[in-house]
Design a protein around this ligand. Structure first.
Ligand code: CA
Length: 282
């Protein structure tokens, strides 16, 4: 019986230093040897996932940008769900006017404006409700992504008519995140938060769940043979479509309640424990 295992990345497959442990990498290789299809499902862009995987001898399916892109193990885009250009333009115009830090994600690059870093730094000086170290980590996480390209004017992206899969907003100010979600969440769009301080906007159809369901169908794998594991709210759609739902030990209470059981934390290699139980022991 072929199974598909969908694994979230941050807080799940990655440890807290954003790296992949040998135990996690080995467990995935063994599961693949037993015939399991492994898919990494993440809010990150696919090329950013590839960078994290570059020193690992692993090839996996990748559901990137919260389901807006699905790539096969050879790196071909199989299910693209871009944002409507008119929405993307409206959103970026508003974000630029309101001085938000934002990223425009295509299939090759992450565009930020040349004043973006300064915007984040200014917020770090003003915001009181967040811890300085947490803010620094979040800033490093964003600016450490692969293929970040600075442009003077965000309109350049629209002039080149690139497909936009995701717009990411980062604000350390909770109220500013709420205002952005209220203002931008009106159209046919999906909004997620996959990391502290962020808000991600993708096409209304795009979710980790929709992409996983489509992929399972393509691979002719039944719902009951779908296993999913994650730690936060943006994993709920993929947990919903899975026959076996697993929460990380570090998952939010809401995710734990939605799951069949809870494995260890990401720092304790909880994905390896889950793969042992679901794939390797059988
Ligand atoms: Ca996560």
């Amino acid at each position: 019986m072929q199974k598909i295992v969908a694994i979230d990345l941050d807080g799940t497959f990655l440890n807290n230093n954003y790296t992949i442990s040998t135990i996690h990498a080995d467990a995935v290789k063994k599961a693949q040897e037993k015939g399991a299809q492994i898919v990494i499902a993440t809010g990150r862009a696919q090329f950013d996932v590839q960078r994290l995987f570059q020193n690992q001898d692993l090839s996996v399916w990748i559901i990137g940008a919260n389901g807006a892109t699905t790539y096969d193990p050879d790196g071909s885009l199989t299910l693209p769900l871009p944002l409507k250009s008119i929405y993307a333009k409206e959103i970026t115009r508003w974000l630029a006017e309101e001085n938000y830090y934002f990223e425009i994600v295509t299939d090759k690059e992450i565009f930020i404006t040349s004043n973006a870093k300064q915007l984040l730094e200014d917020e770090m000086d003003i915001v009181q409700q967040a811890d300085q170290e947490e803010m620094r980590n979040a800033k490093e996480r964003q600016l450490g992504q692969a293929n970040i390209k600075e442009i003077d004017d965000y309109m350049q992206v629209f002039q080149e008519e690139k497909n936009i899969y995701k717009i990411t907003i980062v604000s350390f100010d909770e109220e500013r995140r709420r205002v952005a979600a209220d203002t931008l969440g009106k159209n046919d769009l999906n909004l997620y938060s996959s990391a502290d301080f962020n808000l991600e906007i993708v096409a209304g159809q795009a979710s980790k769940g929709y992409a996983l369901k489509k992929l399972a169908k393509k691979l002719d794998i039944k719902t009951e043979d779908i296993i999913a594991v994650g730690d936060s709210m943006n994993d709920l759609p993929m947990l919903e479509v899975a026959g076996t739902k697993v929460a990380m030990g570090n998952a939010t209470d809401e995710v734990k309640e939605a799951c069949d059981y809870t494995t260890e934390t990401n720092e304790e290699n909880g994905v390896a424990t889950m793969l042992e139980r679901e794939i390797l022991q059988n």
